[in-house]
Design a protein around this ligand. Structure first.
Ligand SMILES: *[C@@H]1O[C@H](CO)[C@@H](O)[C@H](O)[C@H]1NC(C)=O
Ligand SMILES: *[C@@H]1O[C@H](CO)[C@@H](O)[C@H](O)[C@H]1NC(C)=O
Ligand SMILES: *[C@@H]1O[C@H](CO)[C@@H](O)[C@H](O)[C@H]1NC(C)=O
Ligand SMILES: *[C@@H]1O[C@H](CO)[C@@H](O)[C@H](O)[C@H]1NC(C)=O
Ligand SMILES: *[C@@H]1O[C@H](CO)[C@@H](O)[C@H](O)[C@H]1NC(C)=O
Ligand SMILES: *[C@@H]1O[C@H](CO)[C@@H](O)[C@H](O)[C@H]1NC(C)=O
Length: 523
């Protein structure tokens, strides 16, 4: 009797186990394949630690569902095994619950046209570590917290081991506040090319809850800013990609990542300037990408004082005319510097003051400067040589050329040395270009104005003097003309007026009349 009962129990548990291994949701069919490893590709490899790595490649098989079970070739006990499964390029609209396994699982289903995910996905796959679902049609409703629920254990759901989640190129505009409550080990999250233009309170809370996060990709979402609450608990974040968004200011919240952040990508944002405080506190930052900023005109003094910086990508900023080269001298570990395709004409003229006989960047290996409007001055060449040119100058694809002075226009920078330039005597007719034209012109203009003004004043004085002299002389000759005196018609007395005329005038008129009389016959 007892024996029979035990047998029954064993049978039941075996059935239960089988049931678990097989699909749980029989209402929705799984992909039917009789011999999995003939339809898909199965690969098995063992590493040096005798760990089995199984690969199941079902990419582009025109499947509509995932498989209900793992290939029998993988054995029955998957413990200590790693499975990499790919269903990419199929037409799987609904991702169903995964067949049970204790193996460490990485699953990809990119380009699957996926819209729905069945919750919970990983009830029987607690060791899932990677889930790659980019290039699908996943919207907000598809992402529920229950999705990532692990196995139920007495009172609660166990967390799953998910470390790497890729949801780029989908249709996500917001996240559930509790979406990541079952994934405490999540390290990498990619949400690039979605619709997260505004991170609302729930979305911010969801992201802020992933305290283990090391890499976050929020690029190409139309983001206007990053909320202050986003990073306050993300003390492990090392890589942040916010390129291709709509930032008009470098989000101040980035400063909260001071101790941890190693890489920051801000490329492709409409930033008009990078303020002095933009990267304050980022003492660990090693790589910074501020390329392809179409509006960027200035990087303020002090903005690029980043002690740990190793790689700066500041290229293809068509309006950038000034770069505080001096600030970069603080980055002793700099190995790669790309300032090509900007509108730079000089490097900060102060560079030679700080310059030491030893290079500021002993590790610099690559230095790209092509595609700028270089004004080939002595200062520029001193700065370049200080940086380690020409050894570090990258001249593989594009050649850096002088644009000014006229004498050197078009000359590759690598053909010139500071010795040549600093000792070069520029002929007088080219020298005007070298001086600061507005100032020079202004001085000349002022001098000219002063000269003209003094000529005018002197001429005025002379004319005035001459006029006075002439008047004096006329008066002396008794040829002065009395000013006309107006009198009112009522009070006027014409006879009295004629009587009032000075004698000299009347006598002169009489004389003139007499002269006319006498002169008439002569004429
Ligand atoms: C279930 O929970 C208990 C106590 O929290 C824990 O000791 C045990 O390892 C858990 N079991 C599994 C399978 O995770
Ligand atoms: C910087 O960003 C631009 C634009 O996204 C990209 O083309 C470039 O490769 C990036 N540079 C580095 C070093 O990652
Ligand atoms: C420069 O690099 C060295 C070795 O990689 C490292 O020990 C040092 O801390 C770095 N300097 C800064 C300022 O980060
Ligand atoms: C040169 O550097 C000093 C401080 O080191 C600064 O005050 C000055 O403005 C700089 N001049 C130019 C032209 O950048
Ligand atoms: C030059 O560098 C040495 C160490 O490399 C330093 O002690 C010295 O102060 C520097 N001189 C100047 C003028 O910066
Ligand atoms: C620059 O130097 C190279 C090799 O030294 C030479 O072939 C080239 O003609 C030079 N270019 C100019 C414009 O002087």
């Amino acid at each position: 009797m007892k024996y029979k009962f035990l047998l029954l129990m064993i049978n039941m548990s075996a059935a239960l186990l089988l049931h678990l291994v097989a699909a749980q949701h029989e209402d929705i069919p799984y992909q039917h394949v009789t011999n999995i490893c003939e339809t898909c590709t199965c690969l098995s490899a063992q590493d040096s630690n005798h760990r089995l790595h199984q690969t199941l490649n079902c990419a582009m098989k025109n499947f509509q569902h995932i498989l209900a079970r793992w290939p029998s070739e993988f054995g029955t006990d998957h413990r200590g095994m790693e499975i990499v499964a790919s269903y990419s390029g199929n037409n799987i609209r609904l991702l169903q619950q995964l067949p049970a396994t204790r193996a460490v699982l990485t699953l990809s289903c990119r380009h699957c046209g996926m819209q729905q995910l069945q919750a919970p996905l990983f009830m029987d796959v607690p060791n899932v570590e990677g889930l790659y679902l980019s290039w699908n049609e996943i919207g907000d409703d598809a992402l529920k917290p229950e999705l990532f629920r692990g196995p139920f254990n007495t009172t609660k759901y166990e967390p799953i081991a998910l470390k790497d989640l890729e949801l780029s190129h989908n249709r996500i505009s917001r996240l559930d506040r509790k979406l990541f409550e079952h994934t405490p080990q999540l390290r990498k999250l990619a949400l690039a090319h979605n619709r997260l233009s505004v991170l609302d309170a729930a979305t911010t809370a969801a992201l802020a809850s992933i305290t283990s996060l090391q890499r976050l990709d929020l690029s190409h979402n139309g983001l206007l800013t990053l909320p202050a609450e986003l990073f306050s608990h993300l003390g492990n974040l090392q890589f942040l990609d916010v390129s291709g968004n709509e930032f008009a200011l470098v989000p101040a919240s980035i400063q909260q990542l001071g101790k941890s952040l190693l890489q920051l990508n801000l490329a492709g944002n409409p930033l008009p300037k990078i303020g002095a405080e933009s990267f304050r506190n980022l003492v660990a930052l090693r790589r910074l990408n501020i390329s392809e900023l179409p509006m960027l005109r200035s990087i303020e003094q002090g903005a690029l004082q980043l002690p740990a910086l190793e790689q700066l990508d500041c290229a293809r900023n068509p309006k950038l005319e000034r770069l505080e080269f001096n600030n970069l001298l603080h980055s002793r570990n700099l190995t790669q510097l790309d300032i090509s395709q900007n509108a730079l004409s000089s490097l900060s003229p102060n560079v030679s003051e700080d310059a030491n006989s030893t290079s500021s960047w002993p590790r610099l290996k690559k230095f790209a400067i092509a595609g700028n409007r270089w004004y080939c001055s002595c200062d520029l060449f001193k700065a370049l040589e200080h940086a380690g040119a020409p050894q570090v100058l990258q001249s593989l694809d594009a050649v850096a050329r002088c644009e000014t002075p006229y004498l050197l226009a078009g000359m590759p920078l690598t053909n010139l040395t500071s010795e040549q330039i600093c000792n070069m005597v520029i002929p007088k007719k080219y020298r005007a270009v070298e001086d600061d034209p507005p100032r020079f012109l202004r001085r000349r203009y002022i001098i000219l104005t002063v000269i003209i003004a003094s000529i005018v004043v002197v001429a005025g004085l002379i004319i005035g003097f001459v006029v006075v002299c002439v008047r004096r002389r006329l008066k002396g000759n008794d040829f002065g003309v009395q000013p006309i005196r107006y009198t009112s018609v009522r009070g006027s007395n014409l006879s009295a007026f004629s009587q009032l005329q000075p004698v000299s005038v009347t006598s002169k008129f009489n004389n003139a009349a007499a002269a006319a009389k006498t002169g008439a016959p002569n004429a």
